[in-house]
Design a protein around this ligand. Structure first.
Ligand code: NAI
Length: 503
């Protein structure tokens, strides 16, 4: 426990950190160069506590104790007796370095210094200090009291006991600490790269519109917000620079490549909810969503034939039986049959050509994830698919009331591409030993609110399926962004989320 804590910067982050530190029982001093920011923050924290008392989540005594623990300071000199100083000022290397230089002249030699930087190197910030061994990254998420994870980041010169102390204190504040190496984006902002960038790439290819991509990822994988809804919520003024920054800091690694879509929309001021127009338009705070395409009326469904090379073929047969389809079992489809393929990573057109199927009657279905765990089925046509076959497939797979989206042909559907991207980036985080696999899973579920950790998600899809998607996407696109991480290749056969600490 740090009995006396200073928080510098009374903005969105500083006030949240001050709140949880005071709740943990530390005496907290909040400082900002702008005295009005301190007053506003103190008032806002007090209101938060009162609200929690109103909801029965906090006792009146605890709220009073919190308020008694919190004070504002207009001068840096007032922080002299603190045991821990957490900096949450503007994201600027020179400003942060200068602040820590001044602090070193004020605080005790044993005072721990922490920075809440989200994108700067902790080592670089520490390089300005006389004693960089006492500085570590302490990266919280917004809003701090709600997002219960904090990344603890040693710089290259940080003393290990400093991280240990910060780890223990995080738990005392009710947060889950995870330890990350000092690398661009640390864990959470690094692991979150594939979701937006791959979705943008899919949209840029005209495979599906923004709303369809959002629906697919919400309903098939269980994300709370689709990638475009999420970018609208965060605002492109925040998310596009993060995409650029991580890409550049990793020396233009293809996996993190940003999209021209967000660059252009940012330039045009279509930032998201905050400007009432982003990927969606917002009227009185509510997005205007295009309606779902209705299930086409089909008088009589044709018989269905399934490619012998379809993914999850036995499950697909069972599903077709459950949907009461007329199933053909011959070696080749009859001339009337709707021909189903379920590729992993490949496009439907290529499969039709390679398997010598009639493209006019061929439709693809995404079975990376088991049908039973999804709330939506996704079909893809190829440029030759006849409208009656498209409609028949749509009507058939909607028979039990499950939502169906029909998208244009591309390698890997929507879910395959996005999930394989997420799993691959996560695998590479493990390969680079940025953190342990267990901390990765924890950081992503708490920091990004994904329904599963990325490694568990890979296991749910089947690691060899994910690898197959990536190998085939590489063939389709010839793009190094789909190159599987060596860690994924090695773990593919045995499972990604094994908990023992391997190798
Ligand atoms: P903010 O703009 O809301 O607040 C920054 C505050 O710092 C302002 O009140 C400003 O007056 C004050 N300030 C600036 N220079 C100062 C100095 N030299 N000394 C004392 N006070 C100073 O910023 P926000 O969003 O709270 O971010 C703060 C830090 O936290 C940044 O490093 C940011 O990258 C990081 N961060 C932000 C997250 C977010 O979602 N907003 C998430 C995680 C980290």
């Amino acid at each position: 426990m740090f009995p006396r804590v200073a928080v510098i910067g009374a903005g969105a982050m500083g006030r949240g950190i001050a709140q949880i530190a005071a709740q943990a029982g530390s005496r907290v001093t909040l400082h900002d160069t702008n005295p009005d920011a301190v007053t506003a923050a103190m008032q806002s924290i007090g209101e938060q506590w009162d609200k929690q008392v109103g909801k029965g989540r906090l006792t009146a005594d605890a709220a009073s104790a919190g308020k008694a623990c919190l004070r504002g300071a207009t001068q840096l000199g007032e922080l002299a007796d603190c045991d821990l100083v957490i900096e949450a000022v503007v994201e600027n290397l020179q400003v942060k370095q200068q602040l820590f230089i001044e602090l070193e002249a004020i605080v005790k030699p044993q005072t721990v210094l922490a920075t809440n930087t989200s994108s700067l190197s902790v080592t670089a910030i520490g390089s300005a200090l006389q004693h960089p061994q006492r500085l570590a990254g302490y990266h919280f998420f917004n809003p701090v009291p709600v997002m219960k994870v904090v990344e603890v980041i040693p710089g290259l010169k940080t003393d290990p006991p400093v991280c240990k102390q910060l780890t223990v204190y995080a738990r005392q504040m009710g947060h889950q600490p995870v330890q990350a190496q000092d690398t661009p984006g640390f864990i959470v902002n690094h692991a979150g790269r594939a979701y937006g960038t791959e979705a943008l790439r899919i949209a840029s290819e005209g495979v599906a519109d923004y709303a369809t991509i959002d629906r697919i990822l919400r309903d098939q994988v269980g994300f709370k917000l689709g990638p475009f809804e999420l970018m609208d919520l965060t605002g492109l003024d925040v998310s596009h620079p993060v995409m650029e920054s991580i890409y550049r800091q990793y020396y233009e690694e293809a996996r993190y490549r940003p999209s021209v879509i967000t660059a252009q929309r940012l330039a045009g001021g279509l930032l998201g909810r905050k400007t009432s127009e982003g990927f969606y338009r917002y009227v009185e705070g509510q997005p205007e969503l295009p309606p779902e395409p209705p299930v086409p009326p089909v008088a009589e469904l044709p018989p269905v034939w399934v490619s012998p090379r379809a993914a999850r073929r036995a499950e697909l047969y069972q599903l077709l039986k459950d949907l009461d389809a007329k199933i053909e079992t011959g070696q080749t489809p009859s001339t009337a049959a709707l021909t189903l393929v379920a590729p992993l990573g490949h496009d439907v057109t290529t499969i039709a050509v390679v398997e010598r199927l009639d493209p006019a009657r061929t439709v693809g279905i995404d079975l990376l994830l088991e049908d039973a765990v999804t709330r939506r089925r996704v079909l893809a046509t190829n440029p030759a698919t006849r409208p009656d076959m498209r409609n028949a497939a749509h009507a058939l797979f909607a028979r039990d009331g499950k939502a169906v989206s029909v998208i244009r042909d591309s390698g890997g559907f929507v879910t395959q591409r996005v999930v394989a991207g997420i799993v691959n980036v996560a695998a590479d985080i493990c390969q680079q030993r940025i953190c342990t696999p267990a901390d990765l899973e924890m950081a992503v579920t708490l920091g990004l609110a994904y329904p599963l950790g990325p490694l568990a998600l890979g296991d749910r899809c089947g690691p060899t399926n994910v690898l197959e998607v990536l190998f085939n996407l590489q063939t389709v696109y010839g793009d190094p962004r789909y190159r599987p991480s060596p860690w994924l290749r090695r773990r593919g056969a045995i499972g990604l989320s094994l908990l023992h600490e391997e190798e």
